[in-house]
Design a binder for this molecule. Structure first.
Ligand SMILES: NC(=O)c1ccc[n+]([C@@H]2O[C@H](COP(=O)([O-])OP(=O)(O)OC[C@H]3O[C@@H](n4cnc5c(N)ncnc54)[C@H](O)[C@@H]3O)[C@@H](O)[C@H]2O)c1
Ligand SMILES: O=P(O)(O)OC[C@H](O)CO
Length: 336
């Protein structure tokens, strides 16, 4: 069976996911909003702004017309910045094929509503959770586009839909597992960005691997704690969408979130870092939404608190570090 997918968003991950679908034997059309990007994909088989140095398959087509991309799609993969999803999807709803599975590739939480991306999709497209999947894992776009060995999780409450997405995305270099834990997978993907901001800050401040490992470990506990409060399966956080993605993002200089934090740690102001960041660092905006979610559910998230205090409330980073370390003494229990 050959699946047809519309990938909505021609940034680094949308373009990489398009290549992955092609390499898995599927038909795929990429929607982009900028004519020069669409032209570069169609005429020169590249997307130099977002994936420099990567040659795309000649048969991959891009379009500026969402209706053309969406026509007859079995899957609609959503790859726009999280905070723009609602507005974009609202415009696309009349063109969505009635049975298509809507796949969130995004790793963010909506500001103002604190909704996860799959929740926004269900609400805006007026579809049940069985029609919405998420795809996540330790996937840094340039490495996947280069065909480096990797894996991800296709999650949907409808196991059959997750399996179809798995089939549509497996290649000889990319392995895909299924899960029905949409909540856990989405939280893993969104909250690790905030931990990566914090790890980046620590790197920028000159701290070493021990501090980074501590932040990742306690960050994972924080993610798991929020997940437990929202009904996620705790095992998810030991998997690719949890620990896997956390480690990749916190360790790699390719991560936009980690790099954002490094620049802050080295002394740039928030405005200066925003000005030099050309791609989406989801954790910057999602941090406040995640914290709001945590407060609603009475979950303590000290790392997320520290990151938002630095980003939005003028707390000096060293003071934030001291406040994290000098919290009241506790036993260490995973997720607590
Ligand atoms: N890049 C990765 O390695 C990677 C991996 C997995 C998941 N993701 C997630 O994928 C999502 C998309 O990120 P990305 O890496 O492709 O970002 P990106 O910054 O590389 O690209 C964003 C794309 O969205 C477009 N865009 C910006 N504002 C828009 C708007 N208002 N309406 C429509 N389109 C708009 C941009 O033109 C660009 O094509 C994010 O949630 C990210 O966390 C990224
Ligand atoms: O570049 P980042 O920080 O958005 O991370 C990209 C992916 O989410 C890593 O899995």
């Amino acid at each position: 069976m050959t699946y047809r997918t519309a990938v909505m968003g021609a940034g680094s991950w949308g373009t990489t996911f398009t290549k992955l679908l092609h390499d898995a034997g599927g038909e795929v059309v990429l929607w982009g909003r900028r004519p020069e990007v669409v032209e570069a994909v169609n005429e020169r088989h590249e997307n130099p702004d977002y994936l420099p140095g990567v040659t795309l398959p000649e048969s991959v087509r891009a379009t500026l017309d969402p209706a053309e991309a969406l026509k007859g799609a079995d899957f609609v993969a959503l790859a726009v910045p999280a905070q723009t999803l609602r507005q974009n999807l609202t415009a696309w709803v009349p063109m969505l094929p009635p049975d298509a599975v809507l796949v969130s590739l995004m790793k963010g939480v909506e500001l103002g509503t604190s909704r996860r991306m799959s929740e926004v999709v269900c609400e805006v497209a007026d579809v049940p959770p069985e029609r919405v999947a998420v795809f996540c894992g330790p996937n840094l776009a340039p490495e996947i586009a280069a065909g480096e060995p990797n894996a991800a999780v296709a999650a949907c409450v409808d196991e059959n839909a997750a399996q179809r997405l798995q089939t549509a995305t497996m290649t000889p270099y990319f392995r895909v597992y299924t899960s029905t834990d949409v909540v856990g997978c989405e939280l893993g993907g969104a909250v690790k960005n905030i931990v990566a901001l914090c790890v980046g800050m620590s790197v920028g401040l000159g701290f070493g691997a021990s501090t980074q490992a501590m932040l990742m470990t306690r960050g994972l506990a924080e993610i798991a704690r929020l997940g437990a409060a929202l009904g996620a399966d705790e095992h998810t956080f030991a998997g690719l969408a949890g620990m896997g993605d956390l480690v990749a993002t916190c360790m790699s200089p390719l991560s936009r979130n980690r790099t954002f934090g490094v620049n802050l740690g080295r002394g740039m102001t928030l405005d200066e870092v925003i000005a030099v960041t050309r791609q989406t660092a989801e954790g910057v905006k999602s941090s406040e939404a995640v914290l709001e979610l945590a407060r609603k559910h009475n979950v303590e998230m000290p790392i997320a608190e520290a990151v938002t205090a630095v980003l939005y409330h003028g707390m000096p980073m060293k003071e934030a570090a001291i406040s994290l370390i000098s919290r009241s003494p506790k036993p260490e229990r995973y997720g607590v």
